[in-house]
Design a protein around this ligand. Structure first.
Ligand code: MG
Length: 367
């Protein structure tokens, strides 16, 4: 990165990179050890006071991790040791539970990313020898999680001076212990270049708001959040009149400065007559995808005096999460009456508000 100090001191989300990464593990681990370059020991200790035990690292990653392992107190063979690189601050901690279960089963598990580019094997002159089957190629990342007993055995028998392993899994492999992978998400990126940091530091989140109203129509089915609900009345509209998805789509388009659904799917266009709004949502999501925009979370409020929506809330949330390909914890739906006030209270129709947060991936332009 060409910095006069370790990149772990770079500002990240209001703190330093190291503070952020360490904070991911608070409450998850019994002991947290951070091996660091000796000249910066005091500064790291100052930053991580009360959060982690800071110790001198070694000449290489391998030596640093070994120092960290040896510094762990009262380690039992069945304990798990989790090794993580401070330069991977985007670790999705919710996937750790699965990785830990796998480690209890297999003894050694590492995060790895599926190769997405075609992989070539070359000789020293950079001439291609072979094209490898990328379906069986995975790129090793961290966390790497091991049963302490296995690591202890490997550190005893492994001659690191002969080989310079770039990760701990390589040591286990050399010692004959099986290592399994868990597939990581693309989010688990490593910060290696100054540009990575610049992209993160630049404000790449955007907000969008959508609002929609539809009048009741007793002759039509009620469709909300992509589900045909077994209740009435339904809503009048050119499409299926899914007021919730309409507000959501407007919020998504709004976040990307792409206008509104009226512009993209005009109600004068016969193609959209009676169309399921979930199909329109798919088109909107494709537009976002093309621009490298990722949805972070949504918050949807439905205003309805009638019918009672409580029995359908959880099904609607599930379906919305499915349509958006988001975990349910990032999808919120609320419903409210208007206490009999206004056109909603007079049972003339239904309205919906939606707020979304999106982020723009590295190197892409939203508009
Ligand atoms: Mg509408």
């Amino acid at each position: 990165m060409g910095l006069p100090y370790p990149k772990q001191f770079l500002p990240f989300r209001g703190h330093t990179l190291i503070e952020h990464t360490v904070s991911l593990f608070q409450g998850l681990t019994e002991e947290l050890i951070v091996p660091v370059p000796a000249p910066f020991l005091a500064r790291f200790r100052d930053l991580l006071k009360g959060q982690a035990r800071v110790i001198p690292g070694g000449e290489s990653r391998f030596e640093s991790v070994k120092n960290g392992f040896l510094a762990l107190n009262q380690l039992h063979d069945e304990d798990l040791v989790l090794i993580h690189d401070a330069a991977r601050p985007f670790l999705d901690v919710s996937t750790l539970k699965h990785a830990i279960e796998q480690t209890n089963r297999y003894g050694a598990v590492i995060y790895a990313a599926r190769a997405t580019d075609t992989v070539k094997l070359t000789d020293n002159n950079k001439r291609i020898i072979n094209t490898l089957d990328r379906n069986s190629i995975f790129l090793a990342q961290t966390p790497q999680i091991f049963q302490a007993g296995i690591l202890k055995k490997c550190y005893k028998i492994y001659k690191s001076e002969l080989d310079h392993p770039t990760d701990e899994a390589a040591m286990l492999e050399a010692c004959g212990f099986p290592v399994h992978i868990v597939e990581s998400t693309p989010r688990n990126k490593k910060i290696t270049l100054k540009e990575d940091m610049d992209h993160i530091e630049s404000n790449n989140t955007r907000i969008g708001h959508g609002y929609d109203v539809h009048r009741f129509d007793e002759k039509r089915p009620l469709v909300l959040c992509g589900l045909k609900l077994p209740t009435e009345p339904g809503l009048l509209g050119h499409s299926d009149a899914d007021v919730a998805l309409h507000a959501l789509m407007d919020a998504l388009l709004g976040a990307c400065a792409l206008g509104d659904i009226g512009q993209h799917f005009p109600d004068t266009d016969a193609r959209y007559k009676g169309i399921e709004s979930s199909l329109l949502l798919k088109k909107v999501l494709k537009l976002l995808d093309k621009r490298g925009v990722e949805l972070i979370n949504i918050d949807l409020t439905i205003l309805a005096q009638i019918p009672k929506l409580a029995p359908f809330m959880s099904a609607m949330r599930q379906n919305l999460a499915l349509l958006l390909n988001l975990p349910e914890e990032r999808v919120n739906i609320k419903a409210t009456t208007t206490e009999g006030l206004g056109y909603i209270g007079e049972k003339k129709g239904m309205a919906a508000h939606c707020v979304v947060l999106v982020s723009q991936s590295k190197g892409e332009n939203i508009a």
